[in-house]
Design a protein around this ligand. Structure first.
Ligand code: HEC
Ligand code: HEC
Ligand code: HEC
Ligand code: HEC
Length: 418
């Protein structure tokens, strides 16, 4: 009994003493590490404010650079046409009908942009905007003139693909927005992007490029069509309001808008986004290299490292989860194929109506309007990476609208020749 009381009394000072020793050990390790970092900075100097070369940053952050170099493993870029043959018909009249490959690793941007069909480079310098860490500096140098310049005038100056400077402030390493289009899109909605939280920034750095955009007609400036909101119907409303058409379909005469990889817009409002996730949570999970944990800078399918990317929250097992993803993607693709084929049918019907004599011009015009809508909703889902995963319900919803509008176009085109 006495003994017990005694040991109970002794436990407190022993515990206290232990904690002090532990604290001291941590302090020594911490100061060693931060001194070491200081030393490293002293011998290497600061990273230059305009340093676009990832290899230079790699001397300061070798582990991050190691994961960045893994992007070279992401080499596949199959043609979209292999799995979506209807694309060629839908994009007739644009360079996308000549050639359209799926994306691959961030480090390949400069190689890939040179490989695209020349019909797609007519826009000029602006095509380079999301392809190199040197672009922010170039835009600063030329101002809005940049967008008016020729493709090669800018491309010839580029040496580095997407790299550290695109997303980081070299002085503080904080995340930064380097592309004006995103800052301006926020400002037009009355939002100051600099007030974003850290978690928001973990998506916004991606939203500099993984968004839908258009080239403003007079200035050729890269512009995000978000003034009414970031959803497919709000963006179409924006284009309709401006009377904007990117091209006229040669078979139907329809003035069309072109959707582009709307990963960010699709993600907004999804289950995961409303649960507080950011792109980086799945695409840049913490990985262990030796004894250090770093955010992976290998941007690829999260299913390749599902343990780090998903299983931190999902406890159901990686096989089960992979199956869920595949099920969503397969079903989205099935409905997308239906929508793709119906839009092609609408194009054929409108073409036939235009070629027949005594056609009702009013009904034909209405058919074209339905074609514009149907193709927009299809395109919006079709070119957004992830095959519906980022927002399954919304993707299905948009494809449903595509099918309905395309059917209305078919009916109107038929009625126009009666
Ligand atoms: C496409 C954007 C992007 C690019 C390009 C990029 N990073 Fe990062 N980086 C991030 C994000 C997002 C985080 C996570 C930041 C956070 O959680 O606050 C991060 C975190 C970091 C961190 C902080 C520690 C950690 O592991 O979270 C370092 C250091 C870093 N990156 C270095 C680099 C280096 C070096 C390069 C170039 C070789 C690079 N980054 C390129 C987006 C990027
Ligand atoms: C400066 C523009 C830019 C930024 C910023 C950017 N990306 Fe990319 N991303 C691209 C381009 C362009 C490609 C296609 C490269 C190619 O095919 O040559 C791409 C490709 C990818 C791929 C590979 C796609 C595939 O099919 O293999 C993933 C995944 C990806 N990005 C995710 C992200 C994430 C996550 C972020 C934010 C942390 C981000 N990206 C930031 C422009 C960017
Ligand atoms: C909840 C996890 C999660 C979040 C958050 C997330 N993604 Fe994804 N992403 C995925 C999955 C899963 C795929 C499908 C991969 C596959 O098909 O192999 C994917 C696919 C992609 C691809 C195509 C990659 C490929 O290899 O086909 C890109 C690009 C991409 N996401 C970008 C983004 C961007 C940008 C954001 C933020 C706006 C984002 N993702 C948010 C899980 C996520
Ligand atoms: C930070 C936590 C977190 C991470 C990381 C995460 N999820 Fe989720 N996920 C959730 C939450 C929360 C829900 C909604 C509630 C639920 O179903 O548990 C959800 C729902 C889902 C659903 C149900 C379908 C849907 O969209 O509504 C699927 C499928 C899914 N996640 C797959 C993934 C995959 C694949 C990854 C990795 C690429 C991933 N999740 C990463 C938290 C996460």
């Amino acid at each position: 009994m006495n003994k017990k009381i005694l040991s109970g009394k002794n436990i407190v000072p022993t515990f206290f003493f232990g904690a002090v020793i532990l604290g001291l050990i941590f302090f020594v390790i911490f100061s060693f590490l931060s001194n070491n970092r200081e030393l490293q900075r002293e011998t290497l100097g600061e990273i230059g404010a305009k340093e676009a070369d990832p290899a230079v940053w790699g001397q300061y952050y070798p582990l991050h650079y190691q994961t960045y170099m893994q992007n070279f493993e992401n080499t596949e870029k199959p043609s979209h046409f292999e799995t979506k043959p209807y694309m060629e018909k839908i994009y007739a009249g644009t360079g996308y009908a000549a050639e359209f490959n799926e994306p691959r690793g961030h480090v390949y941007t400069l190689e890939d942009i040179l490989a695209v069909d020349s019909a797609r480079k007519k826009t000029g310098a602006a095509c380079n905007t999301c392809k190199s860490s040197q672009i922010p500096e170039i835009i600063e140098r030329y101002g809005d003139e940049y967008y008016q310049m020729g493709f090669n005038e800018i491309n010839d100056q580029l040496e580095h693909p997407i790299a550290c400077l695109d997303c980081h402030d070299p002085k503080t390493m904080e995340l930064r927005i380097s592309r004006p289009a995103l800052v301006e899109a926020f400002a037009r909605q009355g939002k100051d992007i600099n007030k974003s939280t850290r978690q928001e920034m973990r998506s916004l750095v991606c939203a500099q490029c993984h968004v839908t955009y258009y080239f403003e007609k007079d200035t050729k400036k890269v512009t995000f069509p978000w003034d009414n909101g970031v959803k497919a119907d709000e963006i179409l409303e924006y284009f309709d309001g401006k009377g904007f058409t990117e091209w006229n379909h040669p078979d139907t005469g329809t003035g069309l808008a072109k959707a582009r990889h709307a990963e960010y817009e699709t993600f907004v409002g999804s289950t995961h986004e409303t649960a507080g996730l950011a792109c980086a949570d799945c695409h840049m999970p913490y990985v262990k290299i030796g004894n250090t944990k770093v955010s992976s800078h290998y941007w690829t399918s999260p299913l390749k490292n599902i343990e780090e990317s998903c299983m931190t929250c999902h406890r159901e097992g990686s096989e089960w989860l992979t199956e869920r993803v595949e099920d969503i993607q397969k079903k989205t693709k099935e409905i997308q194929d239906i929508a793709g084929n119906v839009v092609v049918k609408a194009i054929e019907e409108i073409k036939a109506a235009r070629e027949s004599s005594g056609v009702d011009a009013q009904l034909l015009q209405e058919a074209q309007e339905m074609h514009r809508k149907g193709q927009w909703y299809l395109d919006y889902v079709m070119v957004t990476n992830g095959y519906g995963f980022h927002n399954p319900t919304e993707s299905m919803n948009n494809l449903g609208k595509a099918i309905d509008y395309a059917h209305q176009a078919i009916q109107l085109a038929k009625d126009a020749v009666r």
